[in-house]
Ligand binder design. Sequence first.
Ligand code: ADP
Ligand code: MG
Ligand code: ZN
Length: 442
Amino acid sequence: MPTSLKEALKAHFGFESFRTKLQEDIVRAVIRGDRDVFVCMPTGAGKSLCYQLPAVLAEGITLVISPLIALIQDQVDHLKELNIAACTINSKLAAGERRLILADLQSSNPKLKLLYVTPEMVASPSFQPCLTDLCSRGLLSYLAVDEAHCVSQWGHDFRPDYLKLGELRVRLPGVPCLALTATASKNVQEDIVNSLRLHLPLSFVTPVFRSNLHYDVIFSELLTQPYVHLHAFIKKALALSSGSNGQGCGIVYCRTREGCETVAFQLTKLGILAKPYHAGLKAQDRTEVQNEWMQGKVLVIVATISFGMGVDKASVRFVAHWNISKSLASYYQESGRAGRDGLPSCCRIYYSPKDKSQINFLICQEVRRKQEKRGCAKDTDKAAIKDFEAMVSFCEQERCRHAIISKFFGDKMPNCAGACDYCCNPRAVRAQLEKAALLNTK
Ligand code: ADP
Ligand code: MG
Ligand code: ZN
């Protein structure tokens, strides 16, 4: 290479350094090109760069698979702004533009560096010959499969077309594959390796434990004024960022639209401007609320879980759950939107047995509905219930919350060092459990 990797990073992407050692190690492994690579890093960690930089430095073209046209468009626009030759072929593309791209791909020396497509496109018969042709001419540098958890039926974003990517690999011999995901579950990771037929992949996985997140659980039925309690928590969490540059903000997750409306209203009444975000709002209003929150005009967004996918904001000082999540994996992902900048942040669940039985009912109902449609039971059904039980036991156990999460994901035991309510004060956790038990025997 004529220049060092760091210089290339600066020249093409304008970054002074790699975000983490892990990101640099991945880029180097991809460039070496002798092994498939598996990457699991949380959202916002900078996974795209792990294939974009090698793609720019390689001779040929990198094929990137991504599940949604909207996600693809964002990335392509961003790369074009950086003057990197990237484009996408999809069903929405005008015929003329498509012809131009195909002509470039067929030329002896294509200019294109990154070609983004959905898995549906890859499977289409019109596109297949184009890929095989590129491959046989040695012009495919890498195959990058983004959001690779979509291959897994254990995950929540399963897409049948991702399953066909294993066959694609067979048709592209010698092209190293890079699979990227933010999903830390071991089941999902195994599925990715198997489905994509990754061959002895080099694995780069961020540890599950994040020491800057403080976890705690509050039994809401013991509170006389739950909104005042939440308000106090938010005040305290937002004060964490005073002194640092940049105003902190936060997310309150609720299960229902009404929940979002009520909590936002109550918080605003108590003096913190909070806005609801849910599927019942017009798309335009949703976008507006999201923008106001991104820009820091509204500090607290009270949302259903539809909010947060792909949202990357560094200064989230707290994530509060007004209702528990449907699985511990979801909870880890949702609460993990806090503290992406590495600064201390708070994750809190307001838990109640009533909430638990409601959500349990909904999950069982959903499982039954799926079984009826399918005509049989499946392992994934049992998994859905087991994952929810893990969420409940996170709330009801007398144990370090970080340890529970790390164990769930099959990671080594973390050194919590007081970053959860149990490790700070185990007696208080017990007292709360005892009080709640009393309440429920009455
Ligand atoms: P992920 O796919 O892991 O969620 P992205 O690839 O979308 O993350 O990157 C998240 C953000 O981090 C983007 O805004 C990206 O430009 C930025 N980023 C990536 N690498 C670096 C770096 N080395 N230095 C600074 N910012 C970076
Ligand atoms: Mg990404
Ligand atoms: Zn702990």
